[in-house]
Design a binder for this molecule. Structure first.
Ligand code: CAO
Length: 426
């Protein structure tokens, strides 16, 4: 059985997290991803947050599975020749350099398009066109400028960034969709195109319910926000809503048995309207089914604190897993707060390949996330990330068709090795 993207060649100029997320996804779907790295240096994350001496960090390995690595100095004249061959040969170029880097390298869109009109050039930048287009951006900057930080946290606390990497990995996911869409378009037109995803745009896209609420504010208070029931007036911008549900069904994080010692002994409880009567029975408040103060969603909105305090009295008598088991019998939506340790040990996630164990020649076995998107006819197998330049000669010979003497000439011209090694050889 072939992989969905088998035969698609990706020229991968990505680094750090956002771009590598995108190209790893394409590699998992079967694309041949050729990661171009600076000789001797490579993707900076290889050495960042290292836990095993001299081995590529988990930061790098977990973002670069199923890829091949070629080291190439693209500022070297011979390196530029090789890059030109790569552009002629590949289907997609993906990059998340700082603004203007590709132009300074001598490969603006117009030149790439003239070398290979079918090539799709996909880029992640921090911002789209506008006042900040020349700025470099990292994850938390995107969370702050895309509306996430302003709407995350407690109303009386500072803005918070989230643990989910919505700026980096989130934008990588957006770009991957742009690339396969452009590939589909190319099958009909034969033409390549530019695909861009800005991190600010990606975060805002994921924060759309807050832009919804911004507009609802003009028509009155946001009644499903806890602060409405607490009598705290709304300002002119969407406030931070703590753990309130972002949808029309009020929800909250509640303590479970053991919360005093276990920082994750909590559950998310949703008071979904269709199962309100079951909720009343489970928590021991059958009278709330007919009490006009509680019987309808509208009547409950100003009393959410009272309601959740009562539900919490019940959840505190059960573990988070008991809460899940009991509520599921009644179709009441809830979810235990699962720690990273619990997720790493979860056998059902291992069984589906969402969490995988990978073996690496320098660091041994480690856990990684696998492909969260499952294709029935194109299952993903996760293979280890490449060592720096592991496939340089293989790619020059097998993908670009260089002969042995030509590879030697390219190396001799200093396009494949770091400067100190070149100096030692000279
Ligand atoms: N050969 C020779 N030079 C190479 C090379 C190669 N194979 N690969 C990269 N380089 C050079 C580039 O030419 C560039 O040099 P110049 O600045 O002289 O033109 C340099 O390496 C890379 O520049 P950069 O701006 O991309 O890297 P940085 O470390 O200074 O900044 C980052 C990193 C992430 C802030 C920036 O790339 C960026 O803003 N990217 C877009 C937004 C993004 O993706 N951010 C998310 C990162 S994950 O948190």
């Amino acid at each position: 059985m072939g992989k969905a993207l088998e035969g698609v060649k990706i020229l991968d100029f990505t680094h750090v997290q956002s771009g590598p997320t995108c190209t790893q996804l394409l590699a998992w779907f079967g694309a041949d991803v050729i990661k171009v790295e600076r000789p001797g240096i490579g993707d900076i994350t290889r050495g960042q947050l290292r836990d095993v001496p001299d081995a590529d960090s988990l930061y790098f390995t977990m973002l670069n599975h199923n890829k091949r690595s070629i080291t190439l100095d693209t500022k070297n004249p011979k390196g530029k020749e090789v890059l030109t061959r790569l552009i002629e040969t590949c289907d997609v170029l993906v990059e998340n350099f700082g603004p203007g880097v590709l132009d300074r390298m001598g490969f603006p869109w117009e030149k790439i398009h003239s070398i290979n009109p079918k090539m799709i050039v996909a880029s992640i930048k921090g911002f789209g066109p506008g006042p900040y287009e020349d700025c470099k951006v990292y994850e938390n900057v995107a969370q702050c400028t895309g509306g996430s930080a302003s709407t995350t946290g407690f109303p009386d606390g500072v803005p918070l960034v989230t643990g989910a990497q919505i700026g980096d990995s989130g934008t990588g996911l957006h770009l991957a969709l742009g690339i396969v869409t452009a590939l589909y378009h190319r099958t009909k037109t034969g033409q390549g195109q530019k695909v861009t995803a800005a991190m600010q745009d990606g975060v805002l896209n994921l924060c759309r319910v807050k832009l919804r609420d911004q507009q609802r504010l003009a028509h009155g208070p946001l009644t499903e926000y806890s602060q409405y029931g607490e009598g705290i007036p709304f300002g002119d911008a969407v406030p931070r809503a703590a753990n309130d549900s972002g949808g029309g069904q009020p929800g909250r994080i509640l303590k479970c048995k053991g919360w005093e010692k276990d920082p994750n002994a909590y559950t998310y409880f949703i008071t979904q309207a269709p199962v309100w009567e079951s909720i009343c029975d489970v928590i021991g408040e059958p009278g709330w089914k007919t009490d006009p103060n509680f019987a309808t969603p509208k009547a409950r909105l100003p009393r959410l604190n009272q309601i959740f305090e009562r539900i919490e009295q019940w959840t505190m008598t059960k573990t988070k897993f008991e809460v899940m088991d009991i509520l599921n019998e009644y179709d009441i939506p809830c979810g235990p707060i699962l720690s990273m340790k619990e997720l790493a040990e979860d056998q059902s996630l291992r069984a589906t390949g969402t969490v995988v164990e990978v073996d690496h020649p320098k660091r041994g076995k480690y856990l990684s996330v696998g492909n969260p998107i499952k294709l029935s006819a194109s299952p993903s197998e996760v293979t280890r990330s490449p060592l720096l330049g592991e496939h340089t000669e293989e790619i020059l010979r097998d993908v670009l068709g260089y002969k042995d003497n030509e590879v030697a000439a390219i190396r001799g011209a200093g396009a494949l090795d770091p400067a100190p090694k070149r100096a030692a050889a000279e």
